[in-house]
Design a protein around this ligand. Structure first.
Ligand SMILES: Nc1nc2c(ncn2[C@@H]2O[C@H](COP(=O)(O)OP(=O)(O)OP(=O)(O)O)[C@@H](O)[C@H]2O)c(=O)[nH]1
Ligand SMILES: [Mg+2]
Length: 442
């Protein structure tokens, strides 16, 4: 598993996580959302390759998701990360995204950030890239730069993480930019995250992890605030009843309903955080395990295919070597034969023998030179074929059929060119034999 790189992508809804992964995977990644609605509902993994290494990218739903509660999202992210850890895959890095065009650090952004920090733990901050998105939509670039600076300066925003080794980057909404960030993280020593250690090594349930406790505290505070506002509304209601102000009673009643609904939602969330999720954990672990097996199988097949090609190319080289040596050996025999015949030939035939021998030698030299040149050319073509075959295997693994077919076309073209060169070379060897024959019937 050492050459499998695991990178998680996190950030609030709409910060561009799925978009980042789509760029990294060359368009094969997740669906990206519109501007307002959150799009990614569950943690999904996608793969891309860097050189010959497979990278698993985890696309996570952002907190303050419009469809689900934060407790549910935290649980799901925690389960996925734990499943990876249980499968002995350590994290190479986390990309945390933030829209540079956001004017304010909203509650949602701050809650997301708090959860993220608790989930990582201080030791993992050196494996974090804090990246800003939407630079292409910042008309006032200097404003963006000022905001970025402020993000890094404020300890409660990115400052603390940056002081612990997190890198600050700008995502330029391009494939290269995504790959640059991934490559940087892929080169780092791997780490485990605090939530992984808490859940897997210490056997804690989500509500007892640092991130879970932080969320629990926040949800309980919010619920308490709403409850106190509800009490205040009750007092207002009693007053409105005394005043027989029916309009006000109606308004207050609506506000009370709203508050009760909010409290109900928060209580559900608090409950969700404490729910027994062992089944989900096991299912997630199995999913991760299946994915790893699939990757392993793909890699084995890829290795076999490449080994097969390597063996074929080596055989071809050996064949051509021995064919060339054979032709030269035959013509050497002829040289010996002609030389010995010449010594006993009549004086008037000697010059014909000499000429044939000269031609034969010249042809031999040319064949040796051309042979070397040809073999170099074939070796270069074979290297290229090998490189393209590896690229093609990776394109196939990531279902990039367009790229796979394009590479297939180039490989076939190279094979054809190689064949033509080969035919040309053997044609060039013919005079060695022809000369020999004409010499024989001398
Ligand atoms: N112009 C521009 N658009 C971006 C950038 N990053 C993301 N977007 C767009 O912003 C929208 C939301 O992006 P997503 O990648 O779906 O956001 P997300 O973080 O995955 O959101 P959730 O799945 O809801 O958590 C999409 O329409 C993206 O195309 C960027 O750097 N520049
Ligand atoms: Mg998404």
């Amino acid at each position: 598993m050492e050459d499998i790189i695991l990178i998680a992508v996190m950030g609030v809804t709409g910060s561009g996580k799925s978009n980042f992964i789509r760029h990294a995977t060359g368009g094969k990644g997740p669906k990206v959302g519109g501007d307002l609605e959150s799009c990614t509902q569950t943690t999904e993994s996608y793969t891309c390759t860097i050189g010959t290494r497979t990278v698993i990218l985890l696309d996570t739903p952002g907190f303050d998701d419009t469809h689900r509660g934060d407790a549910d999202i935290l649980s799901e992210i925690a389960e996925t990360l734990s499943a990876a850890y249980k499968n002995r895959i350590k994290i190479s890095g986390i990309v945390y995204l933030h829209r540079i065009k956001d004017e304010r650090m909203t509650n949602a952004i701050m809650r997301n950030l708090t959860m993220f920090r608790k989930l990582c733990g201080d030791d993992a901050f050196k494996n974090v890239v804090l990246a800003t998105t939407f630079w292409d939509e910042m008309k006032d670039h200097e404003k963006g730069e000022r905001r970025e600076k402020q993000l890094v300066t404020e300890r409660k925003w990115w400052g603390y993480m940056a002081s612990k080794g997190s890198q600050i980057r700008r995502f330029q909404n391009s494939r290269q930019s995504a790959l640059d960030i991934i490559t940087e993280l892929a080169g780092l020593p791997r780490v485990s995250l605090q939530i992984q250690r808490e859940m897997v090594d210490d056997g804690l349930t989500i509500d007892h992890t640092a991130a879970g406790e932080a969320l629990n505290k926040e949800l309980a505070e919010l619920a308490a605030n709403h409850a106190s506002e509800l009490r205040k509304l009750q007092e207002d209601m009693e007053q409105a009843i005394k005043d027989r102000d029916e309009d006000l009673q109606k308004t207050i009643s609506e506000m009370q309903d709203e508050k009760r609904e909010m409290i109900g939602r928060l209580e559900n969330e608090l409950e969700a955080l404490q729910a027994d999720r062992r089944e989900e954990m096991r299912a997630m672990e199995q999913r991760f395990n299946d994915q790893l097996h699939r990757l392993e199988k793909e890699r084995r097949e890829r290795d076999e295919e490449i080994d097969g090609l390597e063996a074929r190319l080596a055989r071809e080289r050996l064949d051509s070597d021995s064919r060339l040596q054979e032709a030269l050996a035959r013509s050497n025999n002829l040289v010996t034969k002609l030389t010995s015949e010449m010594s006993s030939a009549r004086a008037e035939d000697k010059s014909r023998y000499e000429k044939t021998l000269r031609d034969l030698k010249e042809q031999q030299d040319r064949s040796i030179n051309e042979g070397r040149k040809w073999q170099n050319e074939i070796a270069t073509a074979n290297d290229k074929i090998m490189e393209l075959t590896v690229m093609q295997a990776f394109a196939r693994d990531r279902d990039d059929l367009g790229e796979r077919d394009r590479l297939e076309g180039r490989i076939r073209q190279l094979e054809r060119e190689k064949e033509e060169k080969e035919d040309g070379f053997w044609d060039m060897l013919v005079p060695l034999t022809t000369l020999a024959i004409s010499a024989l019937i001398l």
